[in-house]
Design a protein around this ligand. Sequence first.
Ligand code: SF4
Length: 339
Amino acid sequence: MTTAASRRPMLGIGSCLAGNAVRYDGDSKPANAQVRAICAQFDTRAFCPEMAIGLGVPRPPIHLVGSRHAVRVVDVATHSHDYTARIQAYAQQVLQQCPQLCGYILVQGSPSCGHGGVKRYSQAGEHLASDQNGIFAQALADNDPLLPLADDEQLNDPGLRDSFVARARAYHDWKILVQGGLTPQRLIAFYSRYKYLVMAHHVPSYKILGPMLANAGREAIDELARAFITTLMAALSHHATRRSHGNVLLHLAGYLRGDATVAQRQQLRALIDDYRRGTVPLAAPVALLKQLFAEHPNAYIAGQVYLELDNPDAPNEGSPPRDSRFQSPFCCFECPQYS
Ligand code: SF4
């Protein structure tokens, strides 16, 4: 039986990216190394909307036509065959049949599966702009606004890739939580595991989410849950930076005070400083933190998703935060754990 969330997270992926020869010309599209690395962390299920609506292989090419907010997907040659409604209906079908999907890897440039920057033409066939999502991608977004979406080329960006994986992981966990029944206690426990991941991605949201859950038990749980997960997913869509990761690492290091030896804490601090200077990858201080917490267990830290995510190359200063408020000095709020 299909459940809303199985134990292993599942991503949808464009079938051509998954190696299937389903493109209009009978070819596939080789997945880049980043897509392959992400797929190794998740279960995947491949979909081809153009095949699903019966277009077959090979097939005449299609493209987007119309004004910016009213595009249709039609055949290139005559513009007389409109596939828009059928592809939109297929997107709904995918979401209904696979409620466990926690993210989707789309296909750059496709009039069906592209995510941003897809070409749009006039009725006369003149290129107007490259400002669209593919019809299938847009329908996924319209029907499930929380579903993380990115195309294969976008996932080459370390900050976007890190954010996509974090959101997919969070959405999977959220579906399991909802499936088990929402209570104020379970909602608070969920957020306590995500606090440091949220802090790494967007401190202003970190400041909002805690007070938001202070109302748990006093207002309708469904309404609170909706506001909570929307805020949390938006927070994770911001790109974590070297600075923000450094901030979180220092907070986590604070939990070792009183347990780790002075030498251990000095070694950790030096490694965190090296990471902040860009001389070692994030994986280096994270590995030492994990080692020290294995030696000095802390139940709260053991539950932190931040230390569970595998982000060996994330992030760099080339992935700017979207929110200029996040450019503040290193530790931008009062911290009880580390001073
Ligand atoms: S419709 Fe999507 S999955 Fe199918 S070939 Fe085109 S880009 Fe690939």
